[in-house]
Design a binder for this molecule. Sequence first.
Ligand SMILES: [Zn+2]
Length: 360
Amino acid sequence: MATNSTSRYLPHGTFFNELRKRVDAYFLASGRPTNQTPPGMFLKTAVILGWFAASWVLLVFVAANWWQSALACISLGLAMAGIGFSIQHDGNHGGYSKHKWINVVMAHTLDLLGGSSYIWHWKHNVFHHSNPNITGLDVDIDIRPLARMSPEQQLRAGHRFQHLYIWPLYSLLAIKWHFIDDFINLAKGKIGAQHFPRPTGWKLAAFFAGKITFYGWAFAIPLMVLPWWQVLLNYLLWSATLSLTLAVTFQLAHCVEGAAFPKLDLGSDPKMEWAVHQVVTSANFGLGNPLVTWYVGGLNYQIEHHLFPKVCSYRLPEIAPIVQQLCAEQGISYKINTTPGAVVSHARWMRQMGQAPSLA
Ligand SMILES: [Zn+2]
């Protein structure tokens, strides 16, 4: 029996066994094994890191007036979100390369952005991926008491406006990472109600080295060139751009109409095997848009990502038709939205959750 403080794993069943057989057969026939980094990934990594560096140089050393600074801030925030989507995420899942050290290096690009790749591993890979959309276990749907994202969460009077105020709240996400959440999680050894082993040795050193590096490029160097108030305003704008882009993209993949929010105790449903749970709690979006797929690192193929988290995001579109076919054969709901449709659906879901009676 699952508890509120322990991650748990549903068993594999017939759906996943058949799916894995078909996907393995596809990759074998393709002649390109899944542990081989697609050349496009290296190019993409170089482009996004170059975009990030160029935006920072323009912001700190080149921008000569307010609108140039504003454009550079937006560019910097979007480039940072791109690093999060397309580089650190694959690295941390071990899907970037067959070489562990390359995955470790790519995962640590998150530390460069002021987040902890160690804490991300537990928060995302373990707590979110194991139990998507389960209240009490999936921290991605838990910003209680500020908002109600799941039918299992308690409804409060102010939630009736959450579909309006959620967007400015999302834009504070990075500030929380940079100065609050990682340190509290580290001190408590807990993320939400769930425990994780505190980092020790070089992992603890990497945590602090990452924070110091981030504070250096984000604040110390800019303060040598620009007045303090401009550094602060710039930070507020680029961190809001980063936060909104990250938070909205994450929410489009799970927190939309039609996604399931299963109750904690799934043991009574014999059909709810691990892979079916992953499919019904996830939603794809923008599948026909190559720019969206490139920028969000395949996170728009969220169903395939959750089924095969160690497959490089670059290759998820290849296996989507196989997953769709099997879901259709077995009567499992496979949700696809357009990108704007997913944004509207998230807003509608938040409105519904702000008004519906609590089932808890
Ligand atoms: Zn993931």
